[in-house]
Design a protein around this ligand. Structure first.
Ligand code: MN
Ligand code: MN
Length: 487
């Protein structure tokens, strides 16, 4: 791991610093060996706890991209933000643009003119999961089952034999929609996807390659076993299951064709560790960055430069679709910002402002796991507890499929973080030929802006129970604030 590059120390810890014992040597420990925990004051530790409580609650309550967008929107409306699609408002405090309930754009006017460009943060609210297929309800072996479809890159076996919940949104032909969830309330049953016992798995799993041992079509949700009373009927359990859908939420089988029902790990996010220093929970990629950046934006008094923040959907499947980062949503958002302030929002003005913007692609980074050291380039790996990562480029071997922050922009980012006393680390995603990954950074770079990836390191990423460090969540919020204020 690279040094934080901080010349100074954080203001609050300068007297309190307690370096680890350095046997008989010089009393100080090099700063890149000191984690955020080493370098914060007791008062800041309390702030970390406080902030992570709000974050854990957010993860527990927002398990779909729709919930994430809705929750952030509520918060912004409470803070006085208004709908940018409603037209001009010279006294605008803050504005939002919601796209299909799933992508959310925020705008905060600054002291400077829009044409000078925005400070922009983009994150994503979707996470890997299973979706119910449009035709999903069936009966087999006198059990009622639900067929699923993969969404995003997940390790299928991690979803078997564990409690799962359904989070649904159904649009009805009469124009109404119903939103519901099942399996989260402790008083409620959960659902599960069954696995084969080890006594009988030799041929169908153990002797196969991991990629072939768990076919997606076997990820069926166990949902019912009590049949309807009519003993003459066919598929009596399926009928009973359909009746449950209708009784609970007013949904008929056909309505599943216009539903979005997501199968997600059931249960709350939790503190993890004997010392409680981690956050464990589903969807931290990328709701960690959403939470940290939105809190940073809402805490900020009137900024110098105008700010944009976008929570995209569909990052996990390549950013395709109208709520994804490949869409023109950012252009519409910037255009709406111009329009709201009645500035000359011509195509040239909007595009020039975007090109002049400074951006952070706020996405979590693969944390270095000591149990899987061999996939990491130790020197460039991201350590939990050492603050947000700044990742110049992502991509696969040979920097394929990624944008890269230029040296001038990296210098600017370093300067902001260091002068604002942010504890941060430079990192890359794993060794060059181990795989790789990408973010929305390259989609935004399309508009000519400077952009760099930055987010907290996470362990067990894309699993049903991702792990982050409370200290990193908190320091990430501070880093986003520094960026929004100073870039
Ligand atoms: Mn992500
Ligand atoms: Mn991801």
């Amino acid at each position: 791991m690279k040094s934080t590059g901080n010349e100074g120390e954080t203001s609050d810890m300068s007297e309190k610093k307690e370096p680890k014992k350095a046997k008989g040597k010089d009393k100080s420990v090099p700063e890149d060996k000191l984690s955020v925990w080493d370098r914060v004051s007791p008062g800041e530790r309390e702030e970390i706890e406080e902030f992570s409580r709000g974050y854990i609650n957010f993860l527990t309550e927002c398990k779909t991209e729709r919930k994430v967008a809705g929750r952030v929107l509520d918060q912004c409306v409470k803070a006085g933000f208004s709908d940018l699609s409603k037209g001009a408002d010279k006294d605008l405090k803050g504005g939002y643009l919601l796209h299909h309930g799933k992508a959310l754009g925020l705008f905060v006017p600054g002291k400077r003119e829009l044409k000078e460009g925005f400070n922009l943060i983009v994150a994503h609210g979707d996470s890997p999961r299973l979706d119910l297929k449009p035709k999903s309800v069936y009966e087999d072996g006198n059990l009622g089952l639900l067929k699923t479809n993969l969404y995003g890159g997940l390790k299928k076996f991690q979803w078997l034999a564990r409690p799962v919940a359904l989070w649904g949104f159904t649009s009805l032909k009469d124009g109404r929609s119903v939103e519901y969830s099942f399996g989260e309330d402790p008083s409620e049953p959960v659902l599960t996807i069954t696995d084969i016992l080890p006594h009988m798995d030799r041929k169908i799993q153990r002797e196969k390659r991991l990629t072939e041992a768990f076919p997606a079509e076997r990820l069926n949700v166990l949902a019912a076993s009590v049949p309807v009373e009519d003993k003459e009927a066919k598929n009596r359990v399926k009928l009973a299951l359909l009746k449950l859908l209708e009784d609970k939420w007013g949904i008929k089988e056909d309505d599943l064709l216009s539903s979005e029902i997501e199968v997600v790990p059931a249960g709350p996010a939790r503190a993890v560790g004997l010392d409680g220093s981690f956050v464990g929970g589903y969807g931290q990629d990328d709701r960690l960055s959403v939470y940290a950046s939105v809190q940073a934006l809402l805490d900020l008094p009137r900024p110098e430069k105008p700010l944009l923040l976008v929570v995209y959907d569909r990052e996990e499947i390549g950013s395709y679709g109208s709520a994804g980062a490949q869409s023109n949503f950012i252009v519409r958002l910037a255009g709406a910002a111009f329009h709201a302030l009645d500035e000359s929002g011509c195509w040239h003005g909007v595009m020039s402002a975007l090109a002049a913007s400074s951006a952070v692609s706020a996405d979590v980074e693969a944390g270095s796991d000591p149990t899987f050291k061999e996939v990491q380039d130790e020197l460039n790996s991201a350590k939990l507890g050492f603050g947000p990562c700044v990742t110049r480029y992502t991509g696969g071997a040979g920097k394929y499929g990624a944008s890269e922050a230029g040296s001038e922009y990296m210098a600017k980012i370093r300067n902001i973080l260091d002068s604002e006393k942010i504890i941060w680390q430079s990192s890359l995603i794993g060794k060059q030929e181990e795989g790789g990954g990408g973010t929305v950074a390259y989609n935004l770079s399309h508009y000519g802006m400077n952009i760099v990836d930055s987010g907290a390191p996470v362990l067990s990423m894309h699993s049903p129970f991702e792990v982050s460090s409370k200290a990193d969540v908190w320091m990430t919020r501070k880093s986003y604030r520094a960026f929004l204020e100073k870039a």
